[in-house]
Design a protein around this ligand. Structure first.
Ligand SMILES: C[S@@+](CC[C@H](N)C(=O)[O-])C[C@H]1O[C@@H](n2cnc3c(N)ncnc32)[C@H](O)[C@@H]1O
Length: 224
């Protein structure tokens, strides 16, 4: 989807009265970052001082990263929705002055950061908005901003199952054209030059019944 289209869809949900809008608002404003434990488990046991969340929405995953001890130096997030970024600014206000908090409106395909500045890039529920070329751009950008040995971990809906096969997900605003399995994401990461790539399962979402999968990779040292 075009960035403007994604933005206006989220702005519509943030103001709308339809059941989907109410659900999305609850998800974005009140739902705990349920996939976070699984994501950090995939990344590894270290403490990572510089963390970027791509598609950070209201900043729940950044706040969660901070509570886990990560992002002590830099906590950064990009998203297409200014309204959600404003909520993220409020959610991250009050974090220690030693932490550089950066929240910017930007697309995953063009990250507004210098190279080699993050230890970890995470992204939850965002890559379904990217076609294969855009996914390639995102991975190239993630590689560029990650330090040598840095980690990229993404999680996203995979195949619709159960009700997900019956409901017209596109009609309610969940784009299905670029839903990929964990293995597909892992293969795309490996093609983009990441090493030690593996796919993993996140618990199946029950309210939106889609299989939720992810992929984790480590940036290739010294790759062109
Ligand atoms: C389903 S929400 C997930 C938000 C958050 N990561 C979470 O798990 O709660 C997807 C988010 O990705 C953002 N997004 C979609 N396409 C994007 C892109 N190309 N670049 C940056 N953010 C994007 C949307 O604005 C939205 O906030």
């Amino acid at each position: 989807m075009e960035p403007r289209e994604v933005e206006s869809q989220y702005e519509g949900w943030l103001r709308g009265r339809s059941p989907v809008a109410l659900y999305v608002r609850w998800y974005l404003r009140h739902r705990r970052p349920r996939e976070a434990a699984r994501i950090w488990e995939q990344i590894g046991k270290g403490i990572y001082p510089r963390v970027l969340d791509v598609g950070c929405a209201g900043g729940f995953y950044l706040r969660d990263a901070h509570e886990r001890g990560h992002g002590g130096e830099t906590l950064a997030g990009v998203d297409l929705s200014e309204t959600l970024l404003e909520e993220a600014r409020l959610r991250l206000a009050g974090i220690s002055d030693d932490t550089h908090v950066v929240l910017e409106r930007a697309s995953a395909t063009s990250l507004p950061f210098q190279g080699d500045v993050f230890d970890v890039v995470v992204s939850n529920g965002m890559v379904k908005y990217l076609d294969d070329d855009e996914l390639g751009c995102f991975f190239a950008e993630a590689r560029r901003v990650l330090v040598r040995g840095g980690h990229l971990c993404i999680a996203e809906f995979a195949r619709p199952v159960g009700w997900g096969r019956i409901i017209d997900l596109d009609r309610i605003g969940i784009p299905t054209a670029h839903l990929r399995t964990g293995d597909q994401l892992a293969n795309a990461l490996a093609r983009a030059g990441f090493i030690d790539v593996r796919s993993f399962d996140v618990d199946r979402i029950r309210r939106i019944p889609l299989t939720y999968e992810g992929a984790a990779g480590i940036r290739l040292h010294g790759a062109a």
